[in-house]
Design a protein around this ligand. Structure first.
Ligand SMILES: Nc1nc2c(ncn2[C@@H]2O[C@H](COP(=O)(O)OP(=O)(O)OP(=O)(O)O)[C@@H](O)[C@H]2O)c(=O)[nH]1
Ligand SMILES: [Mg+2]
Length: 452
């Protein structure tokens, strides 16, 4: 069951740090503009006209279970806190929201503490909402989580509170990774749930404690799941004042070393080195650096709030790309089936042969050649064995048959959305903003928008 209560932390005797820079950041975060709401409307329209019909026709949701709801398209930017247990994820949220010492403070402690996925969002007054209620409410963006079952919903909770920052952004705290724990013990598909949140997060704070940097199997898995989301990731070397500068440099290097094969992009993720809790930094540590790092992180957070519509468009475009690949694959299975049917005779046997050994018929290779997609981004053939086990071949029509006089072809529509409509919506978004407005971030986060 969900618990949250006051906790004085390890440094209950220490002085608290000044928070005025956080308050100043909140002043900068302006109200959402009409431009943003207009763009969201257009995005909804593109999704319903060009992407959803393809999802429905090729039962995409049954393959990846990655459907998109209107609630997700219209929701606030989401900041996800991930990492091993006891690295200070919940403390960081308490710190950013100024909850320390209040009755709304998230529970923190030296043992593994957070056991629920906790969504902290804006509401008129403080209240907690059971996962089952959050998932049942289709106006919220969390209704698709229902599919992870009762075991997950019992480990899912919402907290609403009135807070200026939460008017613009939603935080998600997660249970810390405990290496060597068997996944079954969690009672829900941990990796799939993580993937759901990773796919949707506008910013992912991957938090580490430099005094116990231990990259094991579960964390490696998490790194792999971040593929394609690299520009959303920020690494946090938290509790940095508990090490000497020299040790900190060593840990910094070690972190990149262990991550290098897993996050494979030209631009390394930004690392923030600081101590994200309310207490004064330990004496004889790099206080100036820690404070500057904290301010950079706040500016980064602010930038994400400002860029929320760009991230939404990028998310929907990435989704559209996956839906298109799925449709092309199913179409290829069907085409091969019709070609081979004459030779053998028994339709079931013919199709089973293709599904069991698609490589023999170059199914995946032909899509790779056609779509300019990385082979790591293709779903695997086992997924299609399950998919066609539930959805017989007779349930599908070939792509060429999904055309109508009035509406055109589904494939053309989704391709137009991917290569024209979504990019032009994106380039239209920033255009009306005030060019004279001062840049709020000295270090503009790059990679926000990468072509696939
Ligand atoms: N020295 C130091 N300790 C910290 C800092 N942030 C958090 N702590 C302490 O680290 C412990 C763990 O903090 P939590 O916030 O509960 O960590 P968590 O990552 O949420 O842990 P789980 O919920 O178990 O995954 C607590 O005792 C905190 O008081 C920090 O910046 N410096
Ligand atoms: Mg926690």
């Amino acid at each position: 069951m969900f618990i949250h209560c006051q906790n004085t932390g390890d440094a209950s005797g220490s002085a608290l740090r000044d928070r005025s820079h956080i308050e100043n950041m909140l002043e900068v975060a302006t109200e959402p503009s009409t431009e943003v709401s207009g763009a969201i409307k257009k995005l909804l329209n593109i999704y319903h006209k060009a992407i959803k019909p393809m999802e429905d026709a090729f039962k995409y949701n049954e393959l990846r279970q990655h459907e998109v709801t209107d609630g997700e398209i219209t929701s606030k930017p989401m900041v996800l806190f991930l990492g091993p247990w006891s690295v200070g994820k919940s403390s960081m949220i308490n710190y950013l929201l100024g909850l320390h010492g209040t009755s709304q403070e998230l529970y923190t402690g030296a043992e593994p503490t957070t056991s629920e996925y906790t969504v902290i969002m804006h509401g008129d007054k403080f209240r907690t909402i059971e996962g089952i209620v959050m998932a049942a409410d289709s106006s919220r963006s969390f209704s698709p989580l229902e599919k992870f079952g009762q075991g997950f919903l019992e480990r899912f909770v919402g907290i609403e509170m009135s807070h200026k920052l939460l008017e613009r952004v939603t935080f998600v705290d997660t249970p810390g990774i405990i290496e060597n724990r068997k996944q079954q013990e969690r009672g829900y598909p941990y990796n799939e749930v993580c993937q759901w949140f990773i796919d949707r997060a506008d910013l992912i704070f991957l938090v580490f404690d430099p005094t116990k940097l231990d990259v094991g199997g579960e964390l490696e898995m998490l790194f792999r799941q971040m593929k394609g989301r690299e520009s959303q990731i920020r690494l946090i070397l938290n509790k940095a004042d508990s090490l000497s500068t020299q040790d900190l440099m060593r840990v910094y290097g070690a972190l990149f070393w262990s991550m290098a094969p897993l996050i494979n992009v030209t631009e390394p993720p930004r690392v923030y080195v600081s101590s994200f809790w309310p207490f004064d930094y330990a004496v004889d540590t790099s206080r100036d650096l820690f404070m500057k790092e904290e301010i950079s992180l706040l500016e980064d957070l602010n930038q994400v709030i400002e860029n929320q519509i760009e991230n939404k468009i990028a998310f929907i475009r990435q989704h559209a790309i996956r839906v298109r690949i799925h449709a092309l694959l199913v179409d290829r299975y069907l085409q091969t089936y019709h070609e081979k049917l004459g030779w053998f005779g028994d339709p079931h046997e013919v199709f089973q042969d293709i599904v069991n050994d698609p490589d023999k018929y170059y199914i995946f290779k032909s899509i790779l050649a056609k779509t300019n997609v990385s082979k790591f981004d293709l779903p695997d053939k086992e997924a299609y064995q399950d998919f066609f086990g539930v959805n017989p071949v007779s349930h599908f029509k070939q792509l060429s048959q999904h055309c109508s006089w009035s509406g055109g072809c589904l494939l053309e529509k989704i391709e137009r959305a991917i290569s024209h409509e979504l990019p032009s919506l994106l380039s239209g978004v920033g255009k009306n903003s005030d060019p004279a407005a001062p840049a709020k971030c000295e270090e503009t986060p790059k990679n926000r928008w990468r072509r696939q």
